[in-house]
Design a protein around this ligand. Structure first.
Ligand SMILES: Cc1cc2nc3c(=O)[nH]c(=O)nc-3n(C[C@H](O)[C@H](O)[C@H](O)COP(=O)(O)OP(=O)(O)OC[C@H]3O[C@@H](n4cnc5c(N)ncnc54)[C@H](O)[C@@H]3O)c2cc1C
Length: 359
């Protein structure tokens, strides 16, 4: 295939997944990022990285389910490209509730069963069966095991992809460059306008001026270090207000989240959210009482009015946005779909295909 020059505006989650895929295909990539190469304000930095196609079905369309399962197949290859296969874990996840919230759990399961025959994969668990999977969870009496769910260590992915892409000979980084316009193979910043064979807009919420129905949905998470707690897979607790999850990372670190608030407010976590998240986590395991709060983070998820991802193609330009609360679950498959829809990225593409597209 002809080596193409590709410009990517926004080096958050989707920009990185796209860059890795394009490098694998043999193209050269220029990344424009408004912040540092770490993309410290990307939603992808705050995410828990859960790949939860079943659990997300409660609030999502079944299209999310199929795309999510495809991403779960694609993540191991992407992480192998970065030499961090351990950042992918596929030990399933556990959904549970306290006795008082059992109607929430039952309603959740009913919705899943209505939406999906594959929900038959889900296994109902009693107290003893919960303890076989998670010996630390001694007092939860009911739960469900979702064996096909997985997780990506989101922060490790973001850290390692920064270094990988910075050191790659076919990548040019343009940090601290806010993109103001993307069209017809060109990316414009305050400093320059650069032309490429194709450009991608992966600015997440930063694309608001070009996508009228794009909005931010506030989410808050804690990072806790809890040496007295040993959990090996994501635990989701049905709660009347949020679906609270506890996602284990190496060395007894846990990501606990996430609130879901219709607001673009990026101010620090509220007292109410912190009380709800911490009391929920303490109710799952009293060992969290002695945990240390490492970080309290707030970020907004980029969402469109139908809460579904969108791929838009125009002349030499593609926008990928709206990954909402499913960025890790969807990004590899959505990127794959976007590239499959563009004939210049197919193996048989020739120089003349490219010229035709460029007209
Ligand atoms: C609290 C929280 C928890 C989450 N948990 C999960 C989870 O467990 N599982 C899951 O699948 N998803 C989760 N998500 C969702 C996921 O993080 C997002 O869907 C995903 O990050 C969206 O990717 P993106 O690349 O579109 O946006 P981002 O990751 O936000 O990246 C956009 C990038 O574009 C840059 N940018 C913006 N404007 C400009 C500009 N003008 N010029 C140059 N650069 C620009 C930004 O700085 C940023 O780096 C969570 C999100 C939040 C907030």
């Amino acid at each position: 295939m002809t080596q193409l020059t590709i410009g990517i505006a926004g080096a958050g989650l989707v920009g990185r997944v796209l860059a890795l895929k394009l490098l694998e295909l043999g193209h050269s990539v220029t990344l424009f990022e408004k912040d540092s190469p770490e993309a410290e304000n990307a939603a992808g930095q705050v995410a828990a990285g859960m790949l939860a196609p079943f659990a997300e079905l409660e609030t999502a369309e079944s299209a999310i389910f199929d795309t999510g399962l495809r991403s779960i197949q694609l993540w191991p290859k992407l992480l192998a490209q970065l030499s961090i296969p351990q950042a992918f874990q596929n030990q399933g996840s556990l959904v549970t509730a306290h006795t008082a919230d059992m109607p929430e759990l039952n309603h959740f399961m009913q919705q899943l069963k209505c939406k999906m025959t594959a929900a038959s994969e889900i296994q109902s668990l009693n107290q003893a069966q919960i303890q076989v999977l998670e010996p630390d969870l001694t007092h939860l009496t009911h739960g469900y095991f979702l064996p096909l769910e997985a997780q990506v260590n989101a922060q490790q992915f973001m850290d390692v992809s920064t270094r990988f892409l910075q050191n790659h000979p076919d990548v040019e980084w343009k940090p601290h460059q806010t993109v103001t316009e993307i069209a017809k193979g060109h990316i414009k910043t305050a400093k320059e306008t650069v032309g490429f064979d194709w450009v991608f807009d992966t600015r997440g919420l930063g694309a608001k001026a070009d996508m009228s129905d794009l909005r931010g949905v506030r989410g808050e998470v804690f990072w806790l270090d809890a040496p007295d707690v040993s959990l090996s897979r994501p635990i989701r607790l049905m709660h009347p207000r949020y679906r609270i999850y506890i996602v284990p990372r190496p060395n007894h670190r846990y990501v606990v989240g996430a609130t879901e608030i219709e607001s673009e407010d990026l101010s620090p976590m509220s007292v109410r959210s912190s009380l709800e998240l911490l009391s929920a986590v303490y109710s799952v395991h009293s060992g969290f009482g002695e945990a240390r709060i490492v970080k309290m983070l707030t970020q907004c998820r980029p969402a469109l009015k139908d809460n579904l991802p969108r791929i838009e193609h125009a002349t030499q330009t593609t926008r990928i946005n709206g990954l909402y609360r499913h960025g890790y679950l969807l990004a590899p498959a959505v990127v794959e779909q976007a590239l499959n829809e563009l004939s210049i990225f197919t193996p048989s593409a020739t120089e003349s295909d490219l010229k035709r597209k460029a007209i």
